[in-house]
Design a protein around this ligand. Sequence first.
Ligand SMILES: Nc1ncnc2c1ncn2[C@@H]1O[C@H](COP(=O)(O)OP(=O)(O)OP(=O)(O)O)[C@@H](O)[C@H]1O
Ligand SMILES: [Mg+2]
Length: 262
Amino acid sequence: MTAGAPVPVIETRALRKVYAEGTQAEVVALAGVDLRIAAGEFVAIMGPSGSGKSTLMNLIGCLDTPTSGQYLCGGVDVATLDREQLATLRRERIGFVFQGFNLLPRMSAEDNVAMPLGYARVPPAERRRLAQEALAEVGLAARSAHRPSELSGGQQQRVAIARALINRPALLLADEPTGALDSKTGEEILALFKRLRDDGHTVVLITHDAEVAAHADRTCVMRDGELHEGDEPHSAYARSASTATNPRLAVDGGDVHGERSR
Ligand SMILES: Nc1ncnc2c1ncn2[C@@H]1O[C@H](COP(=O)(O)OP(=O)(O)OP(=O)(O)O)[C@@H](O)[C@H]1O
Ligand SMILES: [Mg+2]
């Protein structure tokens, strides 16, 4: 990195994750991943089922720890943080949309969305207002009293997205956020992610859908636990290269971000 260059929001160095190490069931889910994502980038991660995408996302979201290697979040090596510091980092800086929705079944949509605010920190009236605002952003203002079981799959997914956005996290991580949505709702969610990116948030999105990935500034591809930049000659994902001509990139300095790690 040149002197004065901004610290990446995400930097992984030789990140490895081995499940059930040393047993017959051993799986090398991440085989040494080096990833750098700058502030304000919108990055898509693609790759076949089982290639390690969710594993990588869980590590980036500080929900799991690596077997070896380093993860620096905003320049801070997360291995140096204690439990409480990690919890604060997750709550204040990271919004996570899980592959399953992970909504609490007994709570209304509004209470699910308000969860990350923390009961102690934010007074009830303010919690309600912020939760309503986040639900309105995903088009669900009229469903705030519904429980997850009273919502469609796509609506549950949108509640999960509203919950991830409620703290206006610097880093939004979304694992297949449009997988359960019809194409119109999916487009709306992508437009929302792009607005967040334009406001300076960093967005990392896992998707199986090349059309969804084409909305991102940059696409990475996981294969067998290894991460590859999407512009290498691998035609299935060549579509993402079309974002290089996206005029918006010139506006937010995407050229710089996009080229840095290539
Ligand atoms: N908790 C776990 N224990 C053991 N193996 C696991 C565990 N979680 C994931 N794996 C294995 O690690 C590999 C990577 O899994 P991961 O969930 O990261 O894949 P993925 O790319 O997200 O797949 P998908 O597209 O199906 O969601 C897989 O082979 C999986 O079986
Ligand atoms: Mg997954």
